[in-house]
Design a protein around this ligand. Structure first.
Ligand code: IBG
Length: 223
């Protein structure tokens, strides 16, 4: 029998958070091994667990998976969150990729010495490039693709919550996206995930930044 799913990453959001969200929605239980020191990261490498010497790494079904998108796609396929056919899947992937681009911009902010110009850029990209796409598709549709919940919906919820943390009220001009959020947070697994004490990680703080720098021995800001 396959053992429990185990996530290997920092105790923080970063690139693992979307994986936590998706496992939660798929109602898959998981454990976490948090990297707190560089030696733990080196140990994973010397064990041959990290194909490209990077985390996120997820132990699942007897495999050690790396590369965030590959991991998300595996979970989405396995738990029927990747549409009904190839055409659904390509649309889901298109939405997902856009959302990941936007979330990545937010993810690197804590490592940016002068974040204000980046924040301004994220806000205008969100309002002018990304949110209008979702506002349009959600006019008359409950979910993004094929009338059925997919990993793109889960990422859209994650992304809009991240945006609201940075820019409260940003969804004011996006009523359909706001209603979508309201529906999504009623899904019981999501509702539990949003409660304090869940496996959802908090917004990055100084300690998280320090741990990332220490574990990966980063000398300069991330790209
Ligand atoms: N393409 C890979 C993926 O998506 O999984 C990239 C993974 C990656 O960049 N991993 C980083 C790593 O292992 C940790 S997340 N670095 C060590 C190395 O030597 O490359 C870093 C990150 C954070 C927040 I934290 C935002 C973006 C990146």
């Amino acid at each position: 029998m396959a053992g429990k799913v185990v996530l290997h990453y920092i105790n923080g959001r970063g690139k693992m958070e979307s994986i936590r969200w998706l496992l939660t929605v798929a109602e898959v239980e998981f454990d976490e091994m948090y990297l707190t020191a560089h030696e733990q990261y080196e140990k994973l490498q010397s064990d041959g667990a990290l194909m490209f010497q990077q985390v996120p790494m997820v132990e699942i079904d007897g495999m050690k998976l790396i590369q965030t998108k590959a991991i998300l796609n595996y979970i989405a396929e396995k738990y029927n969150l990747h549409g009904k056919d190839l055409k659904d899947r390509v649309m889901i992937n298109m939405y997902s990729e856009g959302l990941m681009d936007l979330m990545e911009m937010i993810m690197i902010l804590p490592f940016t010495p002068d974040p204000q110009p980046k924040l301004d850029n994220i806000q205008s990209k969100a309002k002018e490039r990304y949110l209008p796409v979702f506002e349009k598709v959600l006019s008359g549709n409950i979910y993004l693709v094929g009338g059925k919940l997919s990993c793109a919906d889960v990422q859209l919820l994650e992304c809009t919550l991240m945006l609201e943390e940075k820019f409260p009220g940003i969804l004011g001009d996006f009523r359909n996206v706001k209603s979508f959020q309201g529906r999504m947070i009623q899904i019981p697994a999501i509702n539990r995930f949003l409660q304090p004490g869940s496996k959802r990680r908090p917004q990055p703080d100084e300690n998280y930044v320090k741990t990332v720098m220490e574990v990966f021995q980063v000398k300069k800001p991330l790209p």
